[in-house]
Write a new protein. Structure first.
Length: 229
């Protein structure tokens, strides 16, 4: 009788994550279509559907991050930095969150240099920006600000809100803030960890990308900053 090969648990987990991601994507698209068809003033369940869209987008984003991290660890991700037109990149990122912003009546101001071009992996950076904006939706009062511009020989992408801001320990601790799980909020630090890994994959003239958290900015709330050399 032949023996079965030793199972690779990580492969089964990656496959399960992929299946869950596909199912959540279908649910997310369905909720988005329903929101577009339902005028806020005429649908009593509009707010509940808006919350469902936020939750499905958050879960889908986390699953994509987990799957991508798996591919990083197994050298399966085709890291491909290419020159991007910043205006087009911003339009693409914003299109992913527009239905959620509309349903929550959150204003978004976008500030970019229309003639700016930069080299980075668009899929990975798009994932970071969309995740950061989705996260900001949960904490802002009614406004977000996306700014993309060269600053000190790096491309700086800022996502700001007008909420209460980040807890001071997260601002002070930096990378250390990604460690551990906060059982009271359900935060795992996955989004920050993923952003930090992707940022450091981008390297130019021995300078690597980075992330940081601040409070203040133009809207007075939390600020997530991604810098790409």
């Amino acid at each position: 009788m032949s023996h079965l090969p030793k199972p690779d648990a990580s492969l089964f987990l990656a496959s399960s994550v992929h299946d869950m991601k596909n199912s959540i994507s279908v649910l997310q698209d369905t909720i988005r279509r329903l929101l577009l068809k339902a005028p806020p003033d005429e649908c009593g369940e509009y707010r509940e559907m808006s919350q469902m869209l936020y939750e499905t987008q958050r879960i889908n984003g986390n699953l994509i991050q987990l799957l991508t991290l798996y591919k990083f660890g197994h050298d399966l991700y085709p890291f491909n930095p290419e020159t991007q037109e910043i205006a087009e990149f911003a339009r693409s990122a914003v299109s992913h969150v527009t239905p959620l912003l509309t349903s929550r009546q959150i204003a978004l101001e976008v500030e970019i240099d229309s003639d700016c071009y930069w080299e980075f992996d668009a899929d990975l950076v798009n994932g970071i920006v969309v995740h950061a904006m989705n996260n900001a939706v949960q904490y802002t009062r009614d406004a977000l600000h996306l700014q993309i511009a060269p600053v000190d020989d790096a491309l700086e992408i800022r996502i700001e809100d007008n909420g209460r801001g980040f807890p001071q320990h997260m601002v002070d601790d930096g990378i250390a803030a990604m460690r551990g799980i906060n059982f009271s909020t359900g935060s795992t630090g996955l989004g920050l960890y993923f952003a930090a890994v992707v940022a450091q994959m981008h390297c130019n003239r021995k300078e690597r990308g980075s992330i940081r958290l601040e409070n203040g900015g133009k809207l007075g709330g939390g600020c997530f900053i991604l810098r790409l050399p």
